[in-house]
Design a protein around this ligand. Sequence first.
Ligand SMILES: Nc1nc2c(ncn2[C@@H]2O[C@H](COP(=O)(O)OP(=O)(O)OP(=O)(O)O)[C@@H](O)[C@H]2O)c(=O)[nH]1
Ligand SMILES: [Mg+2]
Length: 299
Amino acid sequence: MKSGFVGIIGRPNVGKSTLLNSILGEKIAITTNRPQTTRNSIRGIYTKLPEHYEDGGIQIVFIDTPGIHKPKSKLGEYMTEKAVNTFKEVDVIMLLVDDEITSGPGDKYILNMIKDVNTPKILIINKTDLLEPDKFKRIYDYYESTGVFDKIYGISAVTGQNVDVIMSELEQYIDEGPMYFPQDMVTDHPERFIVSEIIREKLLLYLEDEVPHGVAVEIESYKEEKNIIRIGAVIYCERKSHKGIIIGKEGKKLKGIGKSARIEIEALLGMKVFLELWVKVRENWRNSDTALSNFGYKE
Ligand SMILES: Nc1nc2c(ncn2[C@@H]2O[C@H](COP(=O)(O)OP(=O)(O)OP(=O)(O)O)[C@@H](O)[C@H]2O)c(=O)[nH]1
Ligand SMILES: [Mg+2]
């Protein structure tokens, strides 16, 4: 049996969570077109066992991380710290990019940080379905010239192109090890966490501009009955005006958010769900240690 850990890192919005879901064939990490969607490290477990157990199988725990960015709040600091700490815990680092290196400090900052880490590093150029061949080549050549990476691949996390190729490549870097998790487990996060993330995803999708980055979701009650699961969740936002936007005219916005979240939660849990949402204001929570710890953004 082989087993090990692989870290998926990169700037916000490059497709890290989409890749995790694509590898697992299941959605455990939320994805949106907004940067800074992921706030915690999300662990996804990939297990492949042969028919005959004695032939050995493989289990890879993927760690999807928040996009590395220049933090503007304590929440941002937590997010970047989560991503950076991952470097030290994994057997392979996968750095995802989706564009040429920017003149700004972002990509260079990440490169500088990982170049001296003594762990195999694979560069993944994602979104090849959107990249012109010339551009792809420029990205490839640049990263190859840095000498930091053991391998470079182009993939599309959305179409699945080359995802199988990187999976077999990764297997070569994973050593003998124990089976850390049961065969049918895709993540070790509790269902409640995934449920709160689904609600947050819908908030990110339905809301404009500055509002979504200031929201947090807390599950207040979670009651499993015979035929239904009753879930109560509080959406925290930073301003009174934001609360109005989230609720919308005659409560329509919140209703829409609740409905699309409920449908997805029902599919996840395989049961009927009654979802109740409240909106509360908690000013500047992104800089409050207590709030961050309540919302699970601090150990
Ligand atoms: N066309 C295309 N879009 C992609 C691909 N991979 C991801 N995307 C899109 O890119 C956006 C960002 O994807 P995410 O998976 O949320 O990105 P992320 O790196 O996890 O972002 P953060 O959590 O904010 O750091 C979403 O709109 C995805 O649908 C791809 O291969 N092709
Ligand atoms: Mg993400």
